[in-house]
Design a protein. Structure first.
Length: 187
C-alpha cells in the first residue's frame, strides 16, 4: 500500500513539475490564440549595414537631407504685457442659473423645536398663532408627506435647543427637539 502511494506521489510530482517547466517557454500554445497575421508585437530588425540590403547609408543620408527641406521653423510669438478687455456673450438662461446659484440659501446642521405635527390646515393655524406669541423667533412650516410640521428656531447646537425647550413646552406640550438643516445666522 505504501509503495503504491509513493508511485502515485512521484507521478503527480512529475506531472506538476513538467507543466511548470513548459510554462517558461515563449512558444506556449495559448500565445498563438491571440496572435494575428498583422501582430505588431513581433519585431523584425533590419540590418542597414548589410552589403546585400536594399537600403544603404547613402540613401538614408539623402532622405534625411530631403526631409529637412520640408521642415520650416517659425519664430516664437512675441509676449505682450498689459491690460486687455474680454467681452462675454452668453445666453440669458445661463445668467439666470448663475444668479440662482448665488442667491440660494445655504444650510447648516443644527436643531429646531417641533411644536406641531398634523395636516396642512392645522399646521398653518398653529404657525400663525406661534408667530404672534414668539415675535423674535423664526417659525417654519415643513412638509413631511402627507403631513406638515411646525418648527421653531435655528439652534446651532443641542444645548441651545434644550435651553429654549422648557419655555416652548409651556405653550406647546408636545414640543420636541429635532436635528435638521438650519439657516445660516445673519452676520
Amino acid at each position: 500500500m505504501l509503495l503504491r502511494i509513493n508511485k502515485i506521489a512521484i507521478i503527480c510530482f512529475c506531472f506538476l513539475n513538467s507543466s511548470a517547466i513548459s510554462a517558461q517557454s515563449d512558444n506556449s500554445w495559448w500565445k498563438s490564440i491571440f496572435r494575428t497575421n498583422c501582430d505588431t508585437t513581433q519585431n523584425e530588425s533590419i540590418n542597414i549595414n548589410n552589403e546585400d540590403s536594399i537600403l544603404n547609408n547613402t540613401l538614408i543620408i539623402e532622405i534625411e537631407q530631403d526631409s529637412s527641406a520640408f521642415i520650416k521653423t517659425l519664430p516664437a510669438l512675441p509676449i505682450k504685457d498689459g491690460n486687455g478687455s474680454v467681452i462675454i456673450h452668453m445666453d440669458s438662461a445661463l445668467t439666470e442659473i448663475d444668479l440662482k446659484a448665488f442667491s440660494e440659501t445655504h444650510s447648516l446642521k443644527g436643531y429646531r423645536v417641533q411644536i406641531h405635527f398634523g395636516n396642512l390646515e392645522s399646521a398653518r393655524a398653529v404657525r400663525a398663532k406661534c408667530r404672534k406669541r414668539l415675535v423674535g423667533r423664526s417659525v417654519y412650516l415643513e412638509s413631511i408627506a402627507p403631513n406638515y410640521s411646525v418648527v421653531v428656531g435655528d439652534f446651532r447646537n443641542r444645548w441651545e435647543a434644550e435651553s429654549a425647550l422648557p419655555r416652548l413646552k409651556k405653550l406647546y406640550p408636545s414640543a420636541l427637539i429635532i436635528p435638521t438643516d438650519i439657516e445660516l445666522p445673519k452676520l
